[in-house]
Design a binder for this molecule. Structure first.
Ligand SMILES: O=C(O)CCC(=O)C(=O)O
Ligand SMILES: [Fe+2]
Length: 333
């Protein structure tokens, strides 16, 4: 039995999450738009209109022909499985650094919406904070050769795709096209975008009520890109963030090579609430479903710590990305 943890959340978004619990009904009435990114630079205007419509109406969308090769996605998943299958005593050598989204955690994330820990473990890569957090590459029985160099190059591919998508939003918001690329400068010391490898634990029988692989939440970054594996479902989105109306959850069915994107609270604030950050969760599988491990990977585009967040209409007070995120991370771990 997980303890229920009472906390005081200082931002409005958190108070909303706290009231949600597991409310709502499941149906697939609201479709998640699928957007083809092929010939991105030639078709940028058309793609921008599609992304913008999806982001203001749904907050969730999937992209295809995004230039990240399926072989690379599969290789990243292989490294992830290798890492999570290390003995616990090995993984414990790479503990999550407090407040920095770097390192390994096991069932440590408590969502405000559930008050219980997500049934998962994760390993997070945030470039400036990785000292002593890479698993051995050699000379150890549990070494994973090539882990660091491959995952850093994969992280960079994710960053490039994320910045292309964000440049479309920058155009529509009246910022320069490279506005968000500069705000997520990967070479700066205050970079804080994160690649997160996730392993949801296998289970047996009927799941206990109130237990989630990932409790309902919105992400606190600008843009999240999630890689799922075919046959390992469970992700559900709730298009339309309104705690007073009936919540309707839509299954986000994994498809090979498709990347699922969602807007986070930081971009919602930066767009003066024009772009919608959307609630989502990962539910436990039922006895008639695949109850084995579920692996996913998420890349979180989070503006560098010293960037000042303020929308073109100045709806909210300016706040640095560091101050904004600190409040949210504190509430989740
Ligand atoms: O694993 C997934 O499909 C979603 C993960 C997620 O929502 C998160 O880590 O914020
Ligand atoms: Fe999320």
């Amino acid at each position: 039995m997980q303890p229920t943890i009472q906390r005081d959340y200082s931002l409005a978004e958190l108070n909303l999450e706290k009231t949600l619990g597991s409310r709502g009904t499941e149906n697939d009435r609201k479709a998640i738009p699928v957007i083809d990114l092929s010939d991105f630079h030639e078709r940028k205007q058309e793609i921008t209109e599609q992304l913008w419509a999806a982001a203001i109406e749904v907050g969730f969308f999937q992209v295809t022909h995004h230039d990240i090769a399926l072989t690379d996605i599969n290789k990243a998943f292989q490294f992830s499985e290798q890492f999570f299958s290390l003995p616990i005593t090995e993984k414990e050598q790479y503990p999550l650094k407090d407040g920095l989204n770097a390192g390994w955690e096991f069932q440590a994330q408590v969502r405000p919406s559930t008050g219980t820990a997500d049934r998962k473990e994760s390993y997070q890569i945030t470039r400036p904070h990785m000292t002593e957090l890479w698993p051995e590459e050699s000379e150890s029985p549990s070494a994973i050769a090539g882990f660091q160099s491959f995952l850093l190059s994969f992280e960079h591919q994710c960053w490039q795709l994320g910045m292309n998508i964000l440049s479309c939003f920058a155009d529509k918001l009246g910022f320069t096209s490279d506005f968000f690329r500069n705000a997520h400068n990967w070479q700066a010391d205050d970079y804080q975008s994160t690649l997160r490898l996730l392993h949801y634990l296998p289970m047996e029988g009927k799941p206990a009520p109130g237990i989630w692989r990932a409790g309902a939440h919105t992400d606190f970054d600008c843009l999240t890109m999630v890689f799922q594996k075919a046959g390992q479902g469970g992700l559900q989105a709730c298009p339309g963030k309104d705690s007073n109306s009936q919540l309707e959850w839509t299954n986000v069915v994994p498809k090979e090579g498709v990347i699922t994107c969602n807007i986070g609270d930081m971009l919602m604030r930066w767009s003066d609430d024009q772009l919608k950050s959307t609630l989502h969760r990962v539910r436990m599988p039922q006895p008639d479903e695949n109850q084995g491990s579920r692996y996913s990977m998420a890349f979180f585009c989070q503006a560098n710590r010293n960037e000042v967040i303020q929308g073109p209409k100045k709806k909210y007070q300016a706040i640095t990305a560091a101050d904004y995120l600190q409040q949210r991370i504190k509430a989740n771990f």
